[in-house]
Write a protein that binds this ligand. Structure first.
Ligand SMILES: [Zn+2]
Length: 177
């Protein structure tokens, strides 16, 4: 739409200086915006400079309104392009965020599984500690019993030594009497 003219062929009219059928084109200059003319079909590639207006001269109002409308159309098209780009970049961003959320969900479920397994290990360790504490209490009770036994045996031992000493003294007294 930014070119200064558009073309279409129209057979049956007089020929250009190259003896070819001139084609219908549209001017987009400020003075003749949207006014059609006939020109050489090869004017861009070494053709002739044949030129005839096809439409009647433009009214002054059209010369003001049509360029304004065309500029507005170009501006809207450009804005439209920018909005499309923005939408496309927002869609990309959305896709990235969705991927990130999916990854986080995956990590979250991994962490939940890990937490579960740690809680399981923790309760196993608590059970082991309980068991070891029970064993410890039993061992302390056994030690206490053994200490009592040792104390009793020590007392018994002293008594026996006393009996032996008294017996020897009694024997000596009898012997020397
Ligand atoms: Zn020509």
């Amino acid at each position: 739409m930014s070119s200064s003219s558009s073309t279409s062929s129209s057979p049956g009219l007089r020929l250009c200086y190259c003896k070819k059928t001139p084609c219908l084109q549209t001017s987009w200059t400020d003075d003749n915006p949207g006014r059609r003319f006939k020109g050489c079909e090869n004017w861009k590639n070494g053709g002739c400079n044949f030129f005839r207006w096809f439409d009647p001269p433009m009214c002054p109002r059209s010369m003001v309104v049509i360029p304004e409308l065309r500029r507005e159309k170009i501006r809207v098209a450009s804005e439209n392009d920018q909005l499309r780009q923005k939408i496309s970049s927002l869609l990309d961003e959305k896709m990235n965020l969705e991927r990130t959320i999916a990854n986080m969900g995956f990590e979250n479920s991994n962490m939940a599984r890990r937490l579960c397994s740690l809680q399981g290990e923790n309760s196993n360790q608590r059970r082991t500690i309980c068991y070891l504490e029970d064993e410890n209490v039993k061992l302390l009770t056994n030690i206490s019993h053994l200490e009592d036994s040792i104390a009793r045996l020590t007392t018994k031992n002293k008594m026996m030594q006393l009996v032996i000493v008294v017996s020897w003294m009694f024997f000596l007294v009898i012997w020397f009497a």
